[in-house]
Each structure stands twice: as C-alpha cells, then as structure tokens.
Design a protein around this ligand. Structure first.
Ligand code: HEM
Length: 288
C-alpha cells in the first residue's frame, strides 16, 4: 500500500493520505482514502483497504476480485460465528424468538457468500485462475480457512443448545417433528412454545441447507477451474487416463465433493426419512 506522502506520511485531516493506484497518471482516476474522517475511523475501512495486494504487484488483473471475494467471505464467516454465539446465548436464556431472528440473519449472510461464489463462477475464467495458481505456494489450501474450520467446530455445540432448549420443554427434537406433522395432518394448532420451537427448527435447517448450497457451488467452482467433474469426456480427444483433478496440496477434487455433502446437523437430516417412512407406511391390515 502506498501513501501519497510516502511511508508513514501524515496528511492534514481532510486530505487523503493513501492511494490504491499510485501509478495512475490521471489524478481523477486515483482511488484515494485515509482522510482521517470519523467514518473511516469507525468502520476501519482504511486499515481494511491497506491489506489488499498493491495493484502493481498483482500477478493477474483478476487477482483483485479473487482476493476480495475470499476476504468478504471470511469477514462474513467471522460475523456468522459472532451471531451464532448470540443465538446460543439466547437459546440458553429460552429467548427462542430472538434466537430465530438472529439465525435468519445468519442465513441471509450465507446467501451473500453464495453471491460471492457466483461472482467467481460467472466471471473468473480458468485461464486467469491458472495464471494466479502458478504463483501460489504449494501448501495453500482452503482447508486452512479460519472461517471454514471455526464454523464446522461451532455446529456441534449449536445443535446441542437447540436439543437442550427442546428438552427443557419436556419433549425431543424427533417428537417435535412428529407433532408438527400430526398437527398438519389433523389440522390442529400447536401451543405457542411448540410453534416457537418449530420455527427455530426450520431456521436451523434453512441455515444448514444454505451452507450446503455454498459447498456445492464451491465444488462447481473447483470443477470449472481445476477439472474433476464426473463424466468429463471430450469428443475427439484421447481419453485422459486415470487423471484425477488435484488441489495445490495434491489432494483429489473428489475429497471436496465428500466434504460438500456433509451437513452441519446430520441428525436433523435424518428426520425427513423417519417422517416419510411413518406417513407412507402400510397401516395394519393393509388399508391405507
Ligand atoms: C477459484 C476458486 C476456488 C477454487 C478452485 C477452490 C478449490 C478448492 C479445493 C480444491 C479445495 C480442497 C482443499 C484441498 O484439497 O486443498 C478447497 C477447499 C476449501 N476452499 Fe476453496 N476454492 C476456490 C475458492 C474459494 C473461496 C472463494 C473460498 C472462500 C473463502 C474458499 C474456501 C474454501 C474452504 C473453506 C475449503 C475447505 C473445505 C470446505 O470447508 O468446504 N474457496 N477449495
């Protein structure tokens, strides 16, 4: 990052002290910042811009988009972690409605991350990625993403908090699901507590579904950039013998596919199986 006044320069308040593209000759096209305003101080935007690779050090013009997409996703992951800890605290206090509102906020954050992946899927060409990849160290791997690993870790205590919140009301998650189905079939109403727990159940499931959606799109991105999509034979080309697309650290892309189909709350995904079997089971005597 360059400062208009040189490293460590201090512009007067109101004057920009840093510029993203110092080699730009046209003054009006320079992206300047660091005016010492209350806005910049409050948001921390100057520091956030400083972490970006200098424009003249980018190995490819698309590296800017690539880096920013990763950073935004990581910021959102951290923020989701923050909000999910609030969800757990609200559950512990039996504030079910607050927990659901916060969970829904987290779901919208995952939607934003899905949008970030779509940006890469639609606008990052394989050529650009392969050029950037040549300059990445061999041990660079998304498995070291702090956001990804902290989120995976948090899923277990979050699910346990939900189970406890349900059990404190004298029921279980499976019994709650059965009760909701029964109420639907028999057109009866749930009590307010059952309704709140049911809404929470749906929000948790929506969260897990959205994370799976992100993971599936991420696999598509790997297929687009590295290869490895199943059935990828090309007419007129000699078959690629036993080639498996690999990540930088040499692991097959199929590893990622395995991770991508793992939900955060596997127990909850078992419940639709139970309910489907129960409602479609032949009643005694063969009558339906
Ligand atoms: C061109 C874009 C991308 C490609 C080709 C790609 C490829 C891969 C591959 C092959 C892996 C498997 C890990 C390994 O074997 O080393 C992986 C893992 C991972 N990547 Fe990416 N990735 C891309 C973009 C992103 C973005 C934008 C993020 C967001 C921060 C991200 C986050 C992760 C995470 C968290 C993992 C660990 C597995 C998981 O939690 O699902 N990746 N990536």
């Amino acid at each position: 990052m360059s400062s208009i006044y040189g490293a460590g320069g201090s512009g007067r308040r109101g004057e920009a002290t840093a510029v993203m593209n110092p080699s730009e000759p046209e003054r009006a096209l320079r992206y300047v910042f660091g005016r010492g305003s209350a806005y910049e101080a409050e948001i921390g935007v100057s520091e956030a811009l400083q972490v970006l690779t200098d424009e003249d050090e980018l190995v490819h013009p698309d590296q800017r988009m690539f880096q920013v997409v990763h950073l935004i996703t990581e910021y959102l992951w951290y923020t989701m972690h923050y909000e999910l800890r609030r969800v757990m605290a609200a559950l512990d206090r039996n504030e079910r409605d607050e927990a659901r509102v916060l969970l829904d906020r987290v779901v919208t954050m995952v939607d934003a991350q899905v949008g970030m992946l779509k940006l890469l899927l639609r606008h990052l060409t394989q050529q650009s990625l392969l050029v950037m990849r040549m300059n990445l160290p061999n041990d660079a791997t998304g498995l070291d993403s702090p956001g990804g690993s902290n989120l995976r870790k948090l899923a277990v205590p979050l699910w346990r908090r939900f189970v406890s919140a349900v059990e404190r009301e004298g029921t279980t998650v499976v019994a709650l699901a059965r009760l909701r189905l029964k109420a639907e079939v028999e057109r009866t109403t749930l009590s307010p507590v059952e309704q709140e727990l049911g809404d929470l159940y749906d929000s948790l499931h929506a969260f897990d579904q959205c994370v799976l959606e992100w993971r599936q799109l991420h696999v598509h991105l790997a297929w687009t950039q590295l290869g490895g999509s199943p059935g990828g034979a090309v007419d007129g080309e000699a078959p690629v013998v036993e080639r498996e697309a690999k990540s930088l650290r040499g692991r097959p892309v199929s590893d990622l596919e395995r991770i991508a189909s793992k939900p955060l709350f596997p127990e909850q995904w078992g419940i639709p199986n139970l309910l489907f079997d129960e409602i479609t089971a032949e009643p005694a005597g063969g009558e339906r």
